[in-house]
Write a protein that binds this ligand. Sequence first.
Ligand code: SF4
Ligand code: SF4
Length: 183
Amino acid sequence: MTSSGQRRCGDCTLCCKVMAIETLAKPASSWCAHCKPGRGCAIYDTRPAECETFACLWLVNDLLDERWKPSRSKLVLTTSDDGIEIRCDAGSPNAWRKEPYASEIRAWAEQGERNDMTVVVIVGPRMILITPEHEFDLGIVGPDERIVRELEGTKVVGATVMKASELGASPEVSGMRLTARRS
Ligand code: SF4
Ligand code: SF4
C-alpha cells in the first residue's frame, strides 16, 4: 500500500489481504503476516517494492467517492491490460452485489463491452466476468490459463477458460478474445 497526493490509506489495509504478494509468497485472500489490520504495515520501511508501488484505484482516482474506499466497500479495484479488476474481500463475498457498487459495476460492463474491455470480479480464487447481460462464473483461473471471450460483434455471448498453451500467442482467435490472467 502507498498514498496518493490527495488521499491516504488511513485505516484501510485491505490490499494486504486480497492481493497476492509474490515477493513474500503471500497468497491472495489471506492477511499478510506483517499486516496489522486496520492499522498498517509492521515492516513499512522495508516492505517489498510491489507493496510500495501499489495503489488501488480508489487511492488515485477521485471519481470513486468515499463509498468506494476499500475498508468501507470491501472491494479493491485495479486496472489491467484488459480492463477493471474488482477484488472482493472473501470475508464479504457479496459486497460487490450491494449498492451503489452493483449498478456501477454493471455500467462499467456496458462501457467495457462497447470498448473491448473486461470487468472481472475476483472473490477468493473465483473469477467472474461481468457483462451487461450475464455473469460468467469462471471458477478458479490458474496462472497458466486464460479467459476466452466469445464475441458476436462487440457483444460477449460466451466465456470459458483454456490453457494458454492451447491458445498460442495470438490475442484473438476466430471471434474470441483472450483476457490475461492476473494473480
Ligand atoms: S486497498 Fe487501497 S486504500 Fe486500502 S490500503 Fe490498499 S492502497 Fe490503501
Ligand atoms: S508487507 Fe506490509 S504493505 Fe506489504 S502486504 Fe504485508 S503488510 Fe501489506
